[in-house]
Design a protein around this ligand. Sequence first.
Ligand SMILES: C[S@@+](CC[C@H](N)C(=O)[O-])C[C@H]1O[C@@H](n2cnc3c(N)ncnc32)[C@H](O)[C@@H]1O
Length: 423
Amino acid sequence: MQLTRIEQLLQDTMGLNAASIGSSAIQRAVRERMRRTHIDDSERYQQRLESSPEEMRELIELVVIPETWFFRNWHPFQALKRHLEQHWLPRAGERRLRLLSLPCSTGEEPYTLAMVLADLGLAPDQTEVHGVDISRYNIDTARLGIYRQNSFRGDHLDYRDTWFRQTDDRYHLHPDIRDRVRFEQGNLLDPEFSRDRAPYDVIFCRNLLIYFDRPTQAQAIDILEGLLGRDGLLFVGHAETGVLAGRGFRSLNLPQSFGFHRELGTAGAAVPDAPRLRQSRRSRRTPIRPRRQPRPHWIDQREQAVAAPPQSAADPGVEQLEQATRLADDGHLVEAAELCEQLLEAQGAQAQALYLLGLIRDAAGEPEEAERLLRQAIYLDPAHCPAMLHLALVLQRRGEARAAQRMQERLERCQQREAANTR
Ligand SMILES: C[S@@+](CC[C@H](N)C(=O)[O-])C[C@H]1O[C@@H](n2cnc3c(N)ncnc32)[C@H](O)[C@@H]1O
């Protein structure tokens, strides 16, 4: 099946870069839609797609990745709470605090924001929380406010006892939290979506930009900037901070929060850009010696592990890796890269340090070096899904479609194994 045109249509409509989920995933979705619409010729299906917005919506439902959970990565929500306590509450006045979770998937993220606001003692009429996602199915699920075990991960689960009522294998969200969030189906890239929208004080846009190519990422940041108020905060996913490089955002300086302020009047100063990073080329020549196979982690732990302390604190590399992650998070990419290199030199190759260094090199406009580092991370930890995802994106951007496709397929197998393990 020739997918190029359909992939292009998906990219134009929702920003999806086919390399990020793999052509085979798109192919499966197209086959499924052809089966349901009784169209057995892919050309005819493509024509249907071009002429029918409803069919495009149906196809989108099958290609979106709805993976999410409550308090995902934990630290951003703690950072937000602290920021609001220190900076917003003292001068709140009559104005409502406006928060946006986009993409909100099945609602876990905006409901988490609502729990944070409730914990701060803010009344529902002092805040507005909006959850937006392109998927109608996700929005319908979010509105129900009923969840299964899979939406609760990690060690901090006290909130579940406070805000949920359990029946059999379902958890029903308390109406006090449910009613604080307004959901809406919407596409970030659709100009209608942002038109005439009042600015937000806080935007969570996590784990969306990784599915876009570079130009679409830049377009998305423009849109988010337009949606953000003057003193607004933007939170992105840990693998997405590089997208903000040179875009006039300053890190919140709260560890592992991946939260940014708008940099007023000094666009571009927030995150070091490529020329600055290249200063550290000298130490990048450090030879890397493979030493040991790291223990495989769960994917959600690994997502945090870019920043969160892995394994035992007695390991001297752990602290250094944590510090490197903090530096990268805060936009000090040169220093973060140097620390990673020192760590690799002192301790031998470690998948997580190589992965972090790979992200930094890619953000610095050094895709070949990024590729080398990411490949090495995967060699050391064959279950390192984030490294596979990022490598597929790097390869796709370099025009190596077949290699990107193979990496994507490997990622899919890896994710399937992860999912089987978490069940
Ligand atoms: C992996 S989830 C992220 C959810 C949440 N932000 C988190 O980090 O847990 C990605 C979501 O992006 C949504 N999405 C994809 N493209 C979109 C677009 N152009 N506009 C709005 N939502 C989109 C998908 O429907 C999916 O639910």
